[in-house]
Write a protein that binds this ligand. Structure first.
Ligand code: TYD
Ligand code: MG
Length: 451
């Protein structure tokens, strides 16, 4: 039977039997690439149906062993995976080039190969380079296998021969299948190679970690085509020049996607940060105007972080606004609320907001600390020592309750804060004695209370 030719958009993954100059799905020009599909062998219909190996099974008859997870040996990574990696799962680790993905996975190998057979395949570095990196990371394990290869068939063959429990492929953009005409790193290659690895993972019950570089727009290169196939998508993010890195689950079939893992990049690789609040607050200036400590919940864990703001008179034209670590639109919205509901004249001021340490705070609870930092900078008046806050701000300037208030206050107390500005909501009786808890109805009241 003749091989069928399909066309695939490298931007959005749209497939069609016809070629288009402009992709009908995403509208990008000149992105449709050709790829060959294997001809279907069996004709459709029950009459010609030959039974394969898979059968409909009763759900309650399926046997699983409880021991289906194993620890990667890195606590922060296990936390994000939802309590260790699941046997036979397919994990995609995404992040910008140079953020530390290879470092993280090589360090994970070191821990994993204590009680599992691990194969690390690199398509980016030679064996010598891997060895040099391992030396820098002080990886001395005698039973870690490495392979420098980019040909997918070779990788699968070698993996079959070695039969490891864990396979790491670094990165999906460098591997290719010879029978495809498309270049490595393109959508077709990424899709096909991932499918082969996926099938291998499910058939042989091997856990596979695949590295995928993310392009500037923050999407996994070879767009989102991998996300729906894999079991877990972890993003490794942070500022490249800053020390802290965050590992976040964007998708997890075996756990929650709320947890984050925090790491610090050092000369000897990544170190786990088990007490992120203390790390984020290190070097926190006292008595400076324009900062406020926030407490956000990352999964089950409260984390304190410093929100900084700088409000300065606009020299000419439209005022500048930038936000790092918080949502830009949210910041602009809060500025508008301050102008309208608290009577602050901010429309002729530039405003910059930054979260220290390169963390990204996406929770609404960061609204109030952001407001306090902005007003503190605007008035050039520092917040009193030992004050922290959290709370969501509504469009009428009212403060709205957030989840896990007691846990947040507890964490702040543990790190030596004595006053908490928060919305009107219940907290633990015991905490009322430990902390000075100021509950306020509106943004105006919050500003009055501390500034
Ligand atoms: P790498 O893991 O190669 O990034 P990726 O695989 O995501 O592209 O990390 C590269 C960066 O990490 C590089 O800029 C240097 C830094 N680094 C350290 O600071 N300390 C170390 O011990 C190592 C191995 C790397
Ligand atoms: Mg790398």
């Amino acid at each position: 039977m003749k091989q069928k030719t399909m066309y695939l958009c490298s931007e959005c993954g749209y497939e069609n039997a016809k070629w288009f100059g402009k992709c009908p799905s995403c509208g990008a020009w000149n992105t449709m690439g050709e790829f060959k599909v294997k001809p279907e062998t069996a004709t459709r219909g029950v009459a010609n149906f030959t039974r394969g190996t898979s059968r409909p099974t009763l759900l309650h008859e399926i046997e699983t062993n409880d021991e289906s997870r194993f620890y990667s040996g890195i606590g922060e990574l296990d936390r994000v995976l939802g309590g260790g990696a699941v046997h036979g799962s397919f994990v995609l680790v995404g992040g910008e080039p140079g953020i530390g993905k290879s470092t993280l996975l090589l360090q994970m190998c070191q821990e994993m190969c204590r009680n599992a057979k691990v194969l690390y395949v690199s398509g980016e570095e030679s064996l010598r380079q891997i060895k040099l990196r391992a030396a820098r990371l002080e990886i001395k394990s005698p039973n870690l296998f490495v392979l420098a290869e980019t040909d997918m068939e070779q990788i699968i063959n070698e993996t079959e021969l070695l039969a490891p429990d864990v396979l790491i492929v670094d990165s999906i953009q460098t591997v290719y299948k010879r029978d495809l005409t498309a270049a490595p790193g393109g959508t077709t290659q990424i899709k096909e190679c991932s499918m082969s690895l996926m099938q291998y993972a499910k058939n042989k019950n091997v856990t596979i970690f695949v590295v995928g570089h993310v392009n500037k727009e923050g999407t996994l290169a070879g767009p989102k085509i991998l996300e729906h196939m894999v079991d877990c998508v972890l993003y490794f993010e942070g500022e490249r020049n800053g020390p802290f890195r965050c590992l976040r689950a964007a998708k997890n079939r075996f756990g929650s996607t709320n947890e984050i893992g925090v790491f610090e990049m050092s000369d000897h690789g990544l170190l786990e940060v088990t007490n992120p609040s203390a790390a984020m607050l290190a070097g926190h200036p006292s008595g400076a105007a324009g900062n406020c400590i926030a407490c956000v919940m990352e999964g089950s864990r409260p984390i304190l972080a410093e929100v900084q703001a700088l409000v300065a008179k606009t020299q000419f034209g439209v005022p500048r606004r930038t936000a790092a670590g918080v949502d830009y639109n949210r910041m602009v919205l809060l500025l508008a609320i301050l102008e309208k509901r608290a009577g602050l004249f901010l429309s002729s001021s530039d405003a910059y907001v930054n979260v220290v340490g390169g963390m990204r705070l996406d929770e609404p609870a960061v609204d109030l600390p952001m407001v306090l930092a902005i007003v503190s900078s605007f008035r050039d008046k520092p917040l009193p020592e030992g004050v922290m806050s959290f709370g969501e701000v509504g469009l009428t300037g009212e403060l709205r309750a957030v989840s896990s208030a007691s846990q947040r206050i507890n964490e702040a107390y543990r790190l030596g804060f004595h006053t908490c500005i928060m919305p009107m909501q219940d907290v633990d009786e015991n905490l009322m004695h430990q902390m000075n808890i100021v509950r306020v109805h509106t943004v105006g009241e919050a500003i009055q209370a501390v500034l």
